[in-house]
Design a protein. Sequence first.
Length: 169
Amino acid sequence: MSKIFLIGMPGSGKSTLGKKLASQLNFSFLDFDAELERSEGATIKAIFELKGEAYFRQIEAQVLSKVSEYEKDLVIATGGGTPCYYNGLELMNLSGTTVFIDVSPQVLIGRLETDTIRPLLKDGVDAKIRALHTARIPVYSKATIKVKADNISIADLVARIVEELNKIS
């Protein structure tokens, strides 16, 4: 059984890309945020608002541990912070292949400037994206596969990831 964990910043396209990649590989697709919301019976926004980020990160780590043990071929679109807490990236690397979808802060800001859903972006997209990017890049850069994703179509990005996966299999 194979697991491919897509990691990267909020707005990097992990969910959209994950569905296409899973289809191409004949894998199942799992949206990690949706799995976490099902597990908690609440939206991520509500969890942040009612219980705070520390509680959210603990639940996130528990759900990641559970997902890492699933016995099927899966492409998993993780949350942006999932690899960054409680040794998340290490767990993903032990149980599958990690793929960092590397999108520049400028492109992310353009995609997210009107986002009202993501709790970490409620206090200003530009500064927050730049700060998160700086903080998370050292973790993301430890992924098995890294792909630059600015100005590339989803189809070309899927093809590039499949090519990289074939090199390591």
